[in-house]
Design a protein around this ligand. Sequence first.
Ligand code: HEM
Ligand code: SF4
Length: 594
Amino acid sequence: MQTSPVTDRTARRAPSAKRSRGRNPPQLSGDLPVIGHTLEFVRSTIELLFRAQRELGEVAGLRIANKNMVALFGPEAHEAVFRAPDSQLNPAEAYKIMTPVFGKNMVYDAPPERMDEQLKMLLPALKDRRMRTYAEIIVEEVESSIADWGDEGELDLVDYCRVLTNFTSAHCLLGREFRHDMTHEFAEVYHALERGITPLAYINAHLPLPSFRARDKARLKLVGMIGEIIEARRRSGRKGEDFLQTLIEARYQSGTALTDDEITGMLLASMFAGHHTSSVTTAWTLLELMRHPACRRTVIEQVDDLHESNGIVSFESLRDFTEGDWAVMEALRLHPPLFLLIRVVMREFEFHDYRFPVGTWLLLSPTVSQRIPEAFEDADCFDPQRFSADRIKTMHPFANIAFGGGAHKCLGNAFARLQIKAILATLLRRYEFSSTSDPIGSDFHGLVIGPSQPCRVRYRRRQLQATRRTPGLAKPRAAGSTHAADPEPSTVARAKPFRVVCDLDLCQSHAACMGEAPEVFRVGRVGKVSLIQECPSPELRARVEAAVKHCPTGTLRIEELPPRPEASSESADPGADGPTTRLEIETGRNHSPR
Ligand code: HEM
Ligand code: SF4
């Protein structure tokens, strides 16, 4: 494979590319005759995974429900798995357990090309242009949720975050109309659906269990409820700029429209992917901040600063809420909502000295891997600063996989972070919180792991006093400006020549880069990023840095260039007459190679 400075596909090539001697993975102890590790898997999947890592390290063979499985731990294993194409390691096979929720022929149950087309239909709601409208909506929802809180009180944080994020996600992604038709009954039925998905479904998603029966009943009810909303939209002839409208108007490449059942499946898929995950992360971030007063003070100082300098919480101001972002990322590292990510081997796969034949299930566990001391210093400590600009440089890019990685990295990760930050910025400005039921553990009942309940929290209205602005923080931007602040002239003069490098394997077409630096990046309606300039002029440095920072997939990086020999380092400006490159846009989320 060719390496170019622009498409840096081989920069961190997966270790699987090495010549393998083809050993079988070591088998975890406790492999009982006939049943293997099945009983332990059913009793406590997460304890089994922790034990596997403790006992065998990076690679551990398991036998569950007659399937050969291998648990892989640590950044190198993650990278190898996430960089493999779908034709070699396939997520759909394992995630068919979602078929009772999403419906037949939907997402993981659909053929690969159709699944890609369906996932792509989610993108318009998660792309940069729409993302810029969400912060205000989220703040409106949070304000309304606390309108009757009074000066102090107590609540269950898990329940509160569940209801709140139901409304914020529905309002942003599905639209105002959908949100207002969304009754508390809807939220309850939806919750029953979520509770019906447990690791047992990996063994058989149709076992005659009460939770599975409740799941199927809840889905039927939701199909009816969503069907009424779709029908009302069709009758009224009103067109909204929301996800429901996007789906009503969406066409497969063949030109066919989605059926009502498919629209329902897509709505459920987007809610399912994004709702519970965001809700438990909001709860964990608040809980961790309650437990760590110093971190809490830093976050609250920045919240106050953000309010005092900008007045409102907006898309732009939230970008400066770095302390909030690091707290969310650290909460996700310690408490990733998805504790098990799975791929099935479709073509023999190798990692280090090991060989995994077709049919093997590969298990990655963010929960276990993100506590490995070799990957994270003081791995069990809540330390948001590890995500700060300086320290994150030493973190392997595939160490933290709370949002997955590679071509299937979470499509909603930028939305989730924005949403949680907007909630934190609004709640922490108004109230202070303390936990009344700590220590709170994790509830590993379902597939999405959150704090266990009861999770009682006390809140008290804050006495606000003016605070001093932290220097350099939350600078107000010119009205209508969405770009990073342009650098001071003196900074430009000192700026070194640089080049932009894209790892196109990772690009998911969010277009945040184009929002930051349209002079440098171009993203079409379909396809990945292309570079208008490979070596932009130093005046564009701040914008390119913002694009690198806000790209949700880590596709972009800046490479410093030596000063041109004929120019002094003070005035080097390769962008003025230096090389410029235009890349052909690649088409979409291909299957092979990803
Ligand atoms: C804190 C919140 C969230 C977490 C921790 C999270 C986590 C993840 C993870 C780990 C994956 C990868 C699964 C795998 O590789 O097997 C994933 C995929 C995905 N997520 Fe999220 N997610 C979150 C929020 C959201 C939101 C808000 C949305 C959309 C509204 C969303 C939509 C998706 C989609 C569509 C995929 C599948 C991508 C693909 O297969 O190509 N997620 N998420
Ligand atoms: S480079 Fe990043 S921000 Fe730009 S389109 Fe690709 S994923 Fe999106």
